[in-house]
Design a binder for this molecule. Sequence first.
Ligand code: SF4
Length: 446
Amino acid sequence: MLIFFIMPSKKLYIKTFGCQMNVYDSERIAHLLAARDYHPVEDPDEADLVFLNTCSVREKPEQKVYSTLGRLRALKRKKSKLIIGIGGCMAQQEGETFLRRFPHVDFVVGTKEISRIGELLDELEVYGRRGLAANLSGRVDPYVRLPFFLPASKVVAFVSIMQGCDNFCSFCIVPYVRGREVSRPSREVVEEIRSLAGQGVKEVTLLGQNVNSYGQTSAGEMDFVGLLGAVQEIPGVERLRFTTSHPKDLSPSLIRTFGKFPKLCEHIHLPLQSGSARILQRMNRKYSPEEYLEKIHDLRRSCPGISITSDMIVGFPGEKEEDFRASMEMIAKIGFDDLFSFKYSDRPGTRAARFDEKVPEEIGQRRLAELQTLQRMITQEKNKAWEEKEAEVLVEGPSKAHPQENTGRTRTNHIVNFPRENLAPGAMVRVRIQRVYAHSLRGEIV
Ligand code: SF4
């Protein structure tokens, strides 16, 4: 008689902090660990391995990582076999310190060492050794070594086209923790997207810290417009997006692609950061408010109705009241569809952290509240214009908050919820918008 022993699969909980780049990395990590029989769960208490994919771009997510680690210490006391791993920008930056400060952390893996996660687990499981892999130099892009993978029914996907950044904005830690800019070969990007399209993906977002400069540091490589053109030709892909763009590299030819490439959606996220020329200079952003306005004008001329979102920082060191007013004026003048706004906080290791003339906390708070009030009014006004209009919506699946409803996005990246009618994810429907909210629209299929 043959007796089969079926090993129960192990459970993986990944908590992702920060940007889309981390979301993308988390998907790759889940895939690597699936090959080692780890299956995702929603509850850390159930997990055999908890992985925190961290972010050090702002202070708040960093604090959240530390408080989560505190909770995990208690969990590990109850479940001594629990494995805890740390990845992302904080892992890259802190490295060894993490292992020293948190004895309950088993391994730390940097942003360019993701493909070594299996090695670290082997060290731990076979030799009981805690491990660190956080080298930035001399690494090739680990993504290319991973087979392409998608959970079933996924219709939108992010694809990394480059890593790192060369811009060194004075407030930003990214160039130090993600390294210098490296573009992935276009051939591999196209191949990955073909594979995703074959698995049912309809919408692709090309991802990088500064996608506009794609290919510039790789001899013989196509530029970003060329890459968009190549992706636009892939059968099965119906929508194309990209993020993030640096205004200084938003070329006239890239602006012209909006309205010219039918699959390219009418939305751009273009971080402004400040409306004051003096502060932009201190931020090392390399554009003036006037140049930014000109790009907005050109975008709207090339693609009327394009939705434009942005990032703003208030309370940057040296920001005076008139600088803040300049930011408010720019916001009012441009009328962003939405805005992600933050109060400046020092990121150790950046140039701005060493700047003097720090803005007192209460002034930063007040400016942030004022700016957010203005943007809320603008967003409300913009969203109102959607009432009774029809929009093409790509169905992504049931809404998380209201599973009896479907959720999807317009080409302008507005979230739309509408009653479910046995629609499979990936369906493209027309929805008449009936109600507008602060962060979503609601309608009915036409
Ligand atoms: S462009 Fe500036 S803000 Fe964006 S990742 Fe690079 S350094 Fe950071």
